[in-house]
Design a protein around this ligand. Structure first.
Ligand code: SF4
Length: 72
């Protein structure tokens, strides 16, 4: 699974960090960091994170590029 966060849309609510802390984390006060291609074992948590994001900033893809085969 590939992960892409629209940083222009992200408001730093942190729901994704709570849903998938192995993939999403804050660096500093509101700078979101994340794994672009997390391990498959994180797939369910990443899907929960995408659903939890209040501004739909997280795009998931199963293809070669994020956004391809979008699953949300
Ligand atoms: S849940 Fe959405 S808005 Fe909040 S930090 Fe994560 S990507 Fe950004």
């Amino acid at each position: 699974m590939r992960v892409l966060v629209d940083q222009n849309r992200c408001q730093g609510y942190g729901q994704c960090v709570f849903a998938a802390p192995a993939v999403f984390r804050f660096r500093g006060v509101e700078s979101l960091e994340y794994d672009h291609v997390p391990d498959a074992e994180s797939d369910r948590a990443v899907e929960r994170a995408a659903l939890a994001c209040p501004v739909q900033a997280i795009t998931l893809g199963r293809g070669a590029e994020a956004g391809a085969g979008e699953v949300r």
